[in-house]
Design a protein around this ligand. Structure first.
Ligand code: NOJ
Length: 552
């Protein structure tokens, strides 16, 4: 087993980490079947290291019938042949560590595939010892579903097992039955899986669908959601999931997972918890009973892209987080529209600067560093089960999972075969090879930002100050010792005067490649420009004693 890299002496490497989220089907195909694989990820690690990220999170590659592309697992401790073998994981982890990168895996505790041996046994008979590993109910009084619980992917969250006459619960597809975390053997078996991967050298886990682990065992109806808009909303919004999400027992599991994983060494738990900033704080528990290292903060996926909303979001989050907690920021993922599609390419550059200068561990979704946009998928090429279940409503996730274009060749350096999803129409020009050589490209902006971040402790670990919005511009400061950086982002897209304290400062980086670093910032911020400015030493330094001196 290889050792993880020494992250520049920080004892909490996940605070200074920059996480790059890989959707393995779409990074690099090495066998010509049009589907990315693990040797492909290994092959591309040097490219990712060159970009400047230091942690890779892989969406699932476990054995799976692929009805939800790997989030329906039949064996959590083996690799699906489409992605490779266990030896390929070892090679990937080994190579990553050699390059100074850490590796996080997707851990799927909420459900398994209905083909998983556990579920096959559980459904075989009502009195099978494995029966209670899943969530079963007799039919409701009318002989139909037990209650009004909705599946995230459309339809009821209950499916009848005809042979045994009971319904089983699934928060997602019928082929993804929920595990019963009340059962101690389930907990043990799921912890064993973490141990299995830690023994193979991985550095941590992203916890999938984490809020769903428990349901109220009395199975009461969920209350109706009066704000539900059937024309546009996901059908599961018809009810408030107060009995199927974030049940009190969840927080005992949070504490148990953290205790367990910390006892095994220096690893990280990053939870998928889609909640408002204030509610994220709960997942960190308390200093003597710590919770998740990182509670995935997805608020940028739905917050209006305007300076006021962003300032409010940052302030709410900073105010809510307890002192022992560390922030996380996510700009995009494999489930939601890409940032460049949501706010346009010019603002996606501003967003990149926000992501990499705001306090907290950033998560970059593969391809966002090229400014990839959502790709329209013709109906005959649709892969995503959600789109298949609820067609034409815009819920499908294929558009954000298209293959990475590495160069301008036919298969864009991704495949020699037919890609599992089509490339974007712009892949001929928007690819890694062409952007590498263009100093004004998004790829180079990401690289410069990542470099600046790793050079500036104020960006990695510094405190956050004076977050405010003014005339469409978002301002904030990061401080470390006597170093103060001012970040100014033209979110409104009309430019404007720079705040007086910034004018005499020195530009460290602009989203506008034409503005050279090392010069005074001057009076104005350009249209859709973002600036990182080093202020003189007279600007609001933090007493060194207030700063946790964990590094340098
Ligand atoms: C959240 C994952 O991000 C998504 O892709 C998946 O379909 C569901 N959880 C179910 O595992």
């Amino acid at each position: 087993m290889s050792s993880p890299p020494d992250h520049r002496g920080s004892d909490r490497w996940w605070q200074t980490a920059t996480i790059y989220h890989v959707y393995p089907r779409s990074l690099q195909d090495t066998v010509g079947d049009g589907v990315g694989d693990l040797p492909g990820v290994t092959q591309r690690l040097p490219d990712l290291a060159e970009l400047g990220i230091d942690t890779v999170w892989l969406s699932p590659f476990y054995r799976s019938p692929m009805l939800d592309f790997g989030y329906d697992v039949t064996d959590h401790c083996d690799v699906d042949p489409v992605f490779g073998t266990l030896a390929d994981v070892d090679e990937l982890v080994e190579t990553a560590h050699r390059l100074g990168l850490r590796v996080l895996l997707d851990y799927i505790p909420n459900h398994t595939s209905d083909q998983h041996r556990w579920f096959v046994e559980a459904r075989s008979a009502r009195d099978h010892p494995r029966r209670d590993w899943y969530v079963w109910s007799d039919p409701g009084t009318d002989g139909g579903v037990p209650n009004n619980w909705r599946s995230e992917f459309g339809g009821p969250a209950w499916t009848l097992d005809e042979a045994t006459g009971q319904y089983y619960y699934h928060a997602y597809l019928a082929e993804q039955p929920n595990l019963n975390w009340h059962h101690p053997d389930v907990r043990r078996a799921m912890l064993d899986i973490l141990r299995f991967w830690i023994d193979r050298g991985v550095d941590g886990f992203r916890l999938d669908a984490f809020r769903r682990l428990f349901v109220d065992r009395a199975f009461p109806d969920e209350p109706e959601n009066p704000d539900y808009r059937p024309e546009i909303d996901n059908e599961s919004f018809a009810v408030h999931p107060i009995h199927t999400s974030e049940q009190p027992e969840l927080f005992d599991v949070v504490a148990e997972l953290r205790r367990t994983i910390d006892a095994w060494g220096d690893h990280v738990l990053l939870g998928e918890v889609y909640v408002e900033p204030d509610a994220l704080a709960r997942y960190h528990l308390t200093p003597d009973r710590p919770g998740l290292h990182l509670a995935g903060n997805f608020n940028l996926l739905w917050t209006e892209w305007d300076a006021g909303s962003l300032a409010d979001l940052v302030n709410r989050y900073e105010d809510a987080l307890p002192d022992h907690a560390w922030p996380n920021w996510v700009l995009g993922n494999h489930d939601r529209s890409r940032i460049a599609s949501r706010i346009g390419n010019a603002q996606a550059r501003v967003a990149a600067m926000f992501l990499l200068t705001v306090r907290g561990t950033p998560t970059i979704y593969y391809g966002d560093e090229l400014g990839m946009t959502d790709v329209i998928i013709p109906p005959e090429l649709v892969q995503d089960p959600w789109e298949k279940n609820v067609p034409g409503r815009g819920f499908g996730r294929d558009p954000v999972r298209t293959p990475m274009p590495w160069d301008a060749s036919d298969g864009h350096g991704f495949t020699t075969g037919t890609p599992w999803l089509p490339f974007g129409a712009d892949a001929g020009g928007r690819n890694v090879a062409s952007q590498r050589t263009d100093p004004a490209s998004m790829w180079n902006l990401y690289r410069d930002l990542l470099r600046l971040r790793s050079d500036e402790t104020a960006l990695e670990l510094g405190t956050m100050h004076d977050v405010r919005a003014q005339d469409g511009v978002l301002h904030y400061q990061r401080r470390w010792g006597d170093r103060t950086l001012l970040i100014v982002l033209d979110v409104g897209g009309s430019g404007g005067p720079l705040p007086p304290e910034g004018r005499r400062g020195t530009v460290l980086l602009s989203t506008n490649a034409a503005r050279r670093p090392g010069r005074p910032a001057g009076a104005r911020l350009g249209v859709a420009e973002g600036l990182v400015i080093a202020l003189g030493p007279d600007h609001g330094s933090t007493p060194a004693s207030d700063v946790p001196m964990t590094r340098r």
